[in-house]
Design a protein around this ligand. Structure first.
Ligand code: SF4
Length: 437
């Protein structure tokens, strides 16, 4: 057997880069995955799954699948995109930056809408960053320096299982040599989560009232007046927390969908960022969104380089426009404003409302995904591809915007293309149809 080291885990935005994998001598089989959490290890092991679909398929009239070649799948994909007035090209968060860049070239040629999974997770955070900027830092700085850590509306114990041990609670860094004993950890969540159970403080904010509590924290930093309770939290507790944060050397606020998708949305993040800026008058403070898919951050970066906006990019008029709410995938599907669906590296079938999923089912549609997902089940064409970070390398961005190169560990099944290769086929076909050199 061979040991492959320093691999990144292509599952969540923590992008752990210390994974080790034991592979068979012929380099074809993963035998053992070391250092990954249960969900990360499962992603690697799924590459070996005996029920893995290895060839593109088209859905037949009777609902059964018929195997087709990659060329035929690329021709179908190019045709539905070119025939459509406003094709939706959604997903992108579980593939490499290189594949994203190729896909965006196709979108530009066909006048599509390019949107990523931020539209249903950290889109409000991106809007807040446009409004007020963001004082942030890297996870390495958190590990080495942070002695006050807040998790607001997120539960890394379940969603990012190694985040706490590698960076934010238990890790020992240069100035945090005692690990969790070097830190005070605060969880703000209406529920008693598993992350809350390992924190020093659990602040049970009332559901949907995060804005008020964040505002009260800003007042408390200045020892200003507060009512007896704010959002269900007694004022003494709020003053205590404010003093605790001010007394730290380095504060980091991590936040998740508990604040981005509850009442207030992007305004919750505006004020969380404002609280972070206020804290910088007393100590050093930074704020980081807990990004979900392993390369959703990269999708925002690549869209940013190419079109100037991180999600919800509408190219239907031949130039980039950006108006979340108008040009966001779910809203477009709900309103029936798109006439073809192209999904890559995500699963709206699991996350979008029924009405949107039904729309994908009714439209000409293609889903590029190594796995069998609910989106695959409602699509007309399924293109299985090699797993990025396991069967092909590529650039990815961690949740703190640090780019990390993923590595190939084993060969993909014989004859299987990567998503980058498939997108190149589609791009060539689109150019042929459009008569572009
Ligand atoms: Fe993979 Fe995330 Fe688990 Fe790290 S925490 S091993 S990146 S799933």
């Amino acid at each position: 057997t061979k040991l492959v080291t320093d691999i990144i885990c292509p599952f969540c935005g923590t992008l752990c880069d210390d994974i080790e994998v034991e592979v068979s001598d012929d380099g074809k089989q993963i035998l053992k995955v070391m250092n990954a959490c249960a969900i990360g290890a499962e992603k690697f092991l799924h590459a070996q799954s005996p029920d893995r679909i290895v060839r593109p398929r088209m859905k037949q009239e009777d609902g059964s699948w018929k195997e087709v070649t990659y060329d035929e799948a690329a021709q179908y994909t190019a045709k539905i995109l070119c025939d459509a007035k406003k094709p939706l090209m959604y997903g992108w968060s579980s593939t490499s930056c290189e594949a994203q860049a190729t896909g965006h070239m196709i979108a530009e040629l066909v006048g599509g809408i390019v949107d990523n999974t931020a539209t249903v997770c950290h889109g409000p955070s991106l809007i807040a960053v446009h409004d007020v900027g963001i004082p942030s830092c890297t996870l390495g700085e958190v590990k080495n320096r942070a002695d006050r850590v807040i998790f607001w509306g997120c539960n890394p114990a379940h969603a990012h299982p190694r985040h706490m041990s590698r960076y934010s609670i238990f890790s020992r860094g240069f100035f945090t040599t005692k690990g969790s004993k070097s830190r005070k950890v605060i969880v703000v969540d209406p529920r008693p989560t598993d992350t809350a159970s390992v924190a020093d403080y659990h602040v049970q904010v009332e559901q949907g009232r995060d804005y008020e509590l964040l505002d009260a924290m800003r007042v408390a930093l200045q020892e200003g007046p507060l009512p007896e309770t704010v959002a269900g939290v007694p004022k003494e507790k709020i003053y205590e927390l404010a003093r605790l944060l001010k007394s730290g050397r380095f504060v980091t606020i991590f936040f998740g969908m508990g604040v981005t998708h509850s009442l207030g949305k992007n305004h919750n993040i505006d004020i969380a960022i404002a609280l972070t800026s206020d804290l910088n008058k007393y100590t050093k403070a930074a704020i980081i969104p807990m990004r979900g898919h392993y390369n959703v951050t990269g999708s925002g970066q690549v869209l940013g380089w190419q079109f100037g906006f991180p999600f919800c990019v509408d190219l239907s008029r031949g130039f980039a426009r950006y108006n979340p709410g108008e040009s966001s995938a779910n809203d477009l599907l709900m309103r029936g404003e798109v006439d073809a669906s192209f999904v890559i590296g995500s699963d709206p079938g699991s996350h979008f409302p029924f009405k949107s999923v039904k729309k994908i089912h009714d439209l000409p549609s293609v889903c590029i995904d190594p796995h069998m997902t609910p989106t695959v089940a409602v699509s007309k064409c399924h293109v299985p591809v090699a797993l990025v970070g396991i069967e092909i390398g590529g650039s990815c961005y961690r949740m703190d915007n640090v780019p990390i190169e993923s590595r190939k560990v084993v060969d993909p099944p014989a004859g299987m293309l990567t998503d980058g290769e498939f997108l190149e086929l589609v791009l060539a076909e689109v150019k042929r149809i459009k008569g572009v050199a």
